[in-house]
Design a protein around this ligand. Sequence first.
Ligand SMILES: [Zn+2]
Length: 507
Amino acid sequence: MRKPLTILFILLVHYGNSQMTTDQQLARLKAVGYQQSQAKKMFYQLTDQYGQRLTGSREYYAAAKWTAATMKEIGLTNVHFENYCKECRGWSMKSFNVEMVAPNYMHIMAYPLAWTKSTNGTVEGELVQVENWKALDSIKNNLTGRLRGKVILLGKAPRSIKLTDTVFSRFSDDQLAKLENEIVPAEKATPLPEMLDEWAVENVQDQAFLEFVDKEGALAILRTSPMMTGILANSGTYYYKETDIRPLPFFTIMPEHFGRLLRLLKENASPRVRLNLETNFYLEPENNVNIIGEIEGSDPALKSESIMIGGHFDSWHLASGATDNGVSCVVLMEALRILKQSGLKPKRTVRIGLWGGEEQDFIGSVAYAREHFGNMKSKPNAESEKVSAYLNLDNGGGAIRGIYLQGNEMAGPVFNSIFNKAPSLGVKTVTIDNTIYTDHETFDYYNIPSFQFIQDPLSYETVNHHTHLDFPEYVPEEDMMKNAVILAWTIFNLADTESRVPRKQKK
Ligand SMILES: [Zn+2]
């Protein structure tokens, strides 16, 4: 079966875009995307060799340098870094261990929350429960003078673990039809500046509590976040700026272990915990970079316009950030490699942006937008008008099944036509619905037509998202390869249309 494809490829090399039929263009992309896929190789390099990519960290920057070099290898031009934060600090883990040592021994499955400070060597203490950190007045009344040398168990008994048979799922035809039949977006998005203001308040809500218990001499805090069996979820504090506090050692632990410790405490069995944590803070603003690259448009009149694609490059630190969002970064790069390698020449410029700090209030994409599209309070500038569309990828590693229009009804026919021309890609659903909580909201706020794809959920929300199990084992390689071809196809067609993608009419 290999031979006919090779022949097809060689024959097509001699023709430009316009001399090829639609089917021939698609075949070209498939040949490069499937027969010569580089996705797997890039994915394991990024996630295994570079690992976690917490904003501000040295690990992030090392991975960013590898990514920029890879972009150049692929043949992208204008590859460069753009700094997104001068006062965001780095934080890395060096070593940690958490154990129960009485009434008998148990190793506690734990992970430190980001931006928490080290213990003073190995320390050991009894437990004390604090049900709710928000009740600071009563905490002060009851616990002043009683926390020295204690380990705080923060929260109530975890709800019982949900065992479901839907750990892993793909969209059914019924679910997709339901999305397609929606006539207005299901969820109302908060305007970006308001959302950023709300987050800024939320980020530091527990500061007074953390400062109080630290001053009182507590050794550490243990909390949990029940998701599925044995999963460590809930990754960080949000004290990522140089001027922020350095919270005391603070761990998320396995719900089953939290439950046992709490029951022992209530049964007066005097559980004791021994722990150590060694972390490292540093201010190295050079680590805080968005990664940009492009394929210059081939049409002299249209190349000043662009199709932008992107997703966040940062991750949490509990695993290698495979589904959130390493796989998407790789799919985006692989899509551009496929375009370059195929010889198809998009008329508009295609620009990729891999953003830092998405997990910290979109600071990467927001800095990019401010720099290029103007102040958030004023009207989007001429540069923003040149961006025909922005495509974001940040929904895990599942196969792409369609696209969310983000309330942009007029863009529906554009995507319907692109997907209908390529039924073999299996992308059918175009929904008016929106998705929230990721970087395309930044571009949407500037009234750039901005979209995210509908992807099969797989185990993203049940197992992987912000947990210690965010590893490549949960990403089907075939989905990754198909998604890169789907992206290449979508980008190529958007870059080749006569007019730009229609913008939403502002009220
Ligand atoms: Zn994400």
